[in-house]
Write a protein that binds this ligand. Structure first.
Ligand SMILES: NC(=O)c1ccc[n+]([C@@H]2O[C@H](COP(=O)([O-])OP(=O)(O)OC[C@H]3O[C@@H](n4cnc5c(N)ncnc54)[C@H](O)[C@@H]3O)[C@@H](O)[C@H]2O)c1
Length: 339
């Protein structure tokens, strides 16, 4: 089996590569990643040691490069993780989000069509559904929930989903889509909530929390997400959309306090800052479809997953220290200093 994994130097893509290399050591994997600020080649230093793994530095919007790559390799499955993925950055400037997340997906879909791949899997997000009210704990996103995006990031991801579905309907391209809730685990860039809290708490630095920290997210350990994608790409389910979630709903403030407690750090490190524009209140996923049809269930509880994640950040300080001391420092100051 020959796989193209885009965005594999980022958080979920790299975890997926390690998951696949462990489970299917015979698979040939090519990773295409342009190494934006969120991509990190050191993340893949162990993956690269394997003979049947190839890393290609390149942009998914580069039609010539993408076509050459498909021409040279007879990919059977393409899994598209490559994306601009941070909501805050999309609020600052949406241009690159539209380029990568929409045009990049279109370039990949066209190549997949031209070279007759067996499956194109689009990694999407629950954010395409917008949000749910805090007071309606009975409501969940299903695959039939209408698309109703809040941020430019979510709008770009939803556009990519619609394109993938259009290629299925129009050209019978064998696509699948997964829409997952918030992931956490090793190798997550420290601009996202959980690694941000861990890295700043360890440095005894103030931890910015939007609004009152009431916003609820449904947290899923990254390995559970990888397992769900593995099931989808290995089942004959073309044209289907699957929601993936952990039934692990937590308010941001509780996540922050829980991490501080685990690290024995004081709560006065928390600094409430002006809320994100258009901030979604609650995400909650109904993942009945993937559970009942493909037998997927998350196996890592939040307590276990967060401990593993904290330990990983404690044991891999060089990985994130290099990030937080570099260009990201300027970004952090810009984003939070005047809130
Ligand atoms: N992180 C989450 O909680 C979450 C939840 C649901 C869905 N998703 C989706 O999963 C996917 C992966 O998310 P992540 O958190 O790992 O993101 P990430 O930002 O950590 O990684 C994105 C990767 O894509 C690469 N990339 C960006 N633009 C590219 C381009 N034009 N060409 C080639 N490579 C490019 C980056 O270099 C990086 O390695 C995204 O599509 C995201 O929308 C993420």
């Amino acid at each position: 089996m020959k796989l193209l994994i885009t965005g594999g130097a980022g958080f979920i893509g790299s975890n997926f590569i390690y998951y696949m290399q462990t489970k299917y050591p015979e698979y040939e994997i090519v990773c295409l990643d342009s190494l934006t600020y969120a991509g990190n080649l050191t993340t893949l230093s162990d993956a690269i040691k394997k003979e049947n793994f190839t890393f290609v530095k390149g942009d998914i919007t580069d039609k010539t490069l993408v076509n050459e790559l498909f021409e040279k390799n007879s990919f059977e499955i393409v899994i598209n993780f490559a994306a601009e993925s941070h909501v805050d950055r999309s609020i600052e400037d949406s241009g690159i989000f539209l380029m990568t997340n929409i045009i990049g997906t279109q370039v990949l879909l066209d190549a997949a069509r031209k070279y007759n791949i067996r499956r194109f899997h689009q990694v999407s997000t629950d954010e395409v559904y917008g949000d749910l009210p805090l007071e309606r704990k009975d409501l969940f996103f299903t695959e039939d929930t209408p698309i109703k995006t809040s941020s430019p990031y979510a709008a770009s991801k939803a556009s990519a989903d619609l394109l993938a579905m259009a290629y299925y309907r129009t050209y019978k391209l064998p696509i699948t889509i997964s829409r997952c809730s918030n992931n956490y685990g090793p190798f997550q860039f420290p601009e996202k909530l959980i690694p941000l809290v861990i890295s700043r708490a360890l440095a005894d630095e103030k931890i910015p929390v939007y609004g009152k920290g009431e916003n609820i997210r449904d947290w899923l350990y990254v390995e559970d997400h990888c397992e769900a994608i593995d099931l989808i790409i290995h089942h004959d389910v073309v044209g289907e959309v699957y929601n993936i979630g952990g039934h692990n709903e937590l308010a941001n403030i509780d996540v922050v306090k829980g991490i501080l407690k685990s690290l024995s750090k004081p709560e006065n490190l928390i600094s409430f800052v002006a809320d994100r524009l258009g901030h979604d209140m609650r995400y909650a996923i109904d993942s009945t479809k993937i559970s009942s049809r493909l037998g997927w269930l998350p196996t890592t509880s939040f307590d276990e997953g967060i401990q593993r994640t904290i330990e990983w950040y404690l044991n891999n300080r060089t990985w994130w220290n290099d990030i937080v001391s570099g260009e990201y420092k300027t970004y952090f100051e810009k984003m939070y200093s005047e809130r």
